[in-house]
Design a protein around this ligand. Structure first.
Ligand code: 0RQ
Length: 497
């Protein structure tokens, strides 16, 4: 490191002292990948000290998506967050939001950076970005995520770099820091194949904006990959069978890229692909490249993977480092404005697979709110993909909480994806292809194919009652009973009659 950069090296505690009450922080990180760790933890301690002395200290925290406990968790517990956007998955932060103590804007991930760039959301005053390299002329290379870091680096007055050495130079070259111009100066995004690039693998900033460099060697806190459970395997198997069927019928060309969401079921689908001897090599055009991608690589079934984040447990990180020369050619990490951009998703004909909290019998999906009022994580990028994909799956186990909740309900308590844009629902009970069906046929098919047998009668009763009682017959919908199952759950702890 050159002497001008060495002079900016300070401790995390000293960097935290640079941040003032009321600031807007734009941090790196997307689904627990590539988020700053040391400075937010030190900032949380500083907030606690100030609060103990009766002084106010709260910041606005914008990120790519969820960050780890060292950032979201520590700052939430320290009551240091006033406003958070656009996605989170930390239990302490979630609880504070659901207690009404933190403002939370649950935004489409593909549009968040754009909202900041256009001034619809406030501009970050300080960017805190995890990097694997920083040069004296202001070139910054990221670690395991791109997220909204390019936007925040461009917009912020000051930059704090967490220089993380844990990957060494293993991530070198995998980023593509291209950002489309803003209207009216936009051009087509130069991505017509999964691994295409439009920019450099670093971001150029004014070196004068870099006010601190904090050295760390801390990995992303990501749980190790676990073998998918029976329900997830079942759902994954059904999706592969359906895709093979569509291909055989000539309705689905081979070689289209996949987007797969977060969580167990998404991992199970990729694992099933890796283990299916008939599966052709696949490409991914997704937002989070989850650890199951390494199963595909080991089975020699990955053409290439594009995302905005790479989530690796400690074991996967070591695997990546040992095989870096090969893997660098198989991965591109881009800004989430591009990984989730409608134009590119539509052009590539992405097959999208996301997990739902609940689906209703008419084809609407809730990905984000329990019983309409409590946030789980957020809509994330699910709608960026489900609205623009060629073929879209929403998957979920048919029940949650040991059978006390049916994930197939009369009507969703929060609407993330409407019946106009959903294609296929899959639970371990079966698959419902909804394309082209009218609302009543959809309802019959979803109840028959996807609902758990314990809840089919209740759902059919609702449909029958709705057909008799509702004024309009296009979508027979009994307003007076639409949420009875949810009310029962809130009152009695189960949706079962
Ligand atoms: O809670 O662990 O306390 O029992 O929800 O559910 O089954 O562990 O599933 O980890 O895949 O998460 C939709 C939340 C699923 C996630 C969601 C309870 C269930 C459990 C988690 P417990 P599982 P997963 C790309 C795409 C939105 C964003 C998205 C998500 C907990 O996939 O956040 O798709 N999706 N992004 O018991 C009450 C129900 C429930 C329920 C499940 N109907 N009512 N609780 N649970 N169904 C990535 C990004 O955009 C970043």
């Amino acid at each position: 490191m050159t002497s001008d950069l060495v002079s900016k090296e300070i401790s995390a505690e000293e960097a935290a002292e640079l941040i003032q009450d009321g600031e807007v922080l734009g941090v790196s990180g997307f689904t627990l990948a590539g988020y700053p760790k040391a400075v937010p933890t030190a900032l949380a301690k500083r907030a606690e000290r100030l609060h103990a002395n009766g002084k106010p200290f709260q910041i606005t925290l914008f990120s790519g998506a969820s960050t780890g406990d060292e950032c979201d968790g520590a700052l939430a517990r320290a009551k240091a967050i006033k406003w958070r956007a656009p996605y989170q998955s930390n239990p302490d932060l979630r609880s504070a939001i659901n207690r009404g103590e933190i403002f939370y804007t649950d935004a489409h991930l593909g549009i968040m950076g754009h909202l900041v760039r256009t001034g619809s959301l406030p501009r970050p005053t300080t960017a805190i970005i995890e990097a694997s390299e920083v040069t004296s002329d202001g070139k910054i290379r990221f670690t395991t995520s791109c997220g909204n870091s390019v936007e925040y680096l461009r917009m912020a007055d000051r930059i704090i770099v967490e220089l993380n050495s844990i990957y060494g130079d293993a991530l070198c070259g995998i980023h593509d820091c291209y950002l489309p111009e803003l209207p009216p100066y936009t051009h087509p995004i130069p991505v017509v194949n999964v691994l295409d690039r439009g920019g450099k693998d670093y971001v150029q900033v004014d070196p004068k904006k870099i006010v601190a460099i904090v050295r760390t060697n801390q990995g992303d806190t990501i749980r190790p990959f676990t073998e998918p459970d029976a329900v997830s395997k079942n759902i994954g198997g059904q999706i592969l069978e359906f895709l093979a069927h569509e291909r055989k019928k000539g309705r689905l060309p081979a070689g289209l890229p996949y987007q797969s969401g977060v969580g167990n079921v998404a991992n199970a689908v990729l694992t099933a692909m890796a283990r299916d001897s008939l599966q052709e090599p696949v490409s991914l055009f997704t937002e989070v490249i989850q650890e199951a991608v390494f199963e595909l690589i080991k089975a020699d079934k990955l053409v290439g993977a594009s995302g905005t984040a790479l989530t690796c447990s400690a074991d996967a990180r070591e695997y990546f480092k040992q095989n870096a020369a090969t893997l660098q050619k198989k991965f591109v990490l881009r800004s989430q404005e591009v990984s989730n951009h409608p134009e590119v998703i539509r052009r590539l004909g992405v097959i999208s697979m996301n997990t739902a909290l609940e689906c209703d019998i008419f084809g609407n999906v809730n990905s984000s709110h329990v019983c309409g009022s409590s946030i789980m994580n957020g809509i994330g990028g699910s709608a960026d993909f489900s609205r623009n994909c060629l073929l879209g799956f929403f998957m979920a186990p048919s029940t949650a909480k040991n059978g006390a909740i049916s994930t197939i309900v009369p009507f969703v308590t929060h609407l993330d994806h409407s019946d106009h844009e959903t294609h296929i629902f899959v639970t371990e009970q079966g698959l419902a292809d909804l394309r082209g069906l009218d609302p009543v046929s959809r309802a019959h098919k979803i109840i028959e194919n996807c609902a758990h047998p314990d809840y089919r009668q209740q759902l059919n009763d609702f449909l029958d009652y709705s057909m008799r009682s509702s004024k309009g017959k296009h979508i027979p919908f009994a307003l007076d009973r639409a949420f009875n199952m949810h009310l029962d759950f809130l009152e009695k702890g189960t949706m079962k009659e």
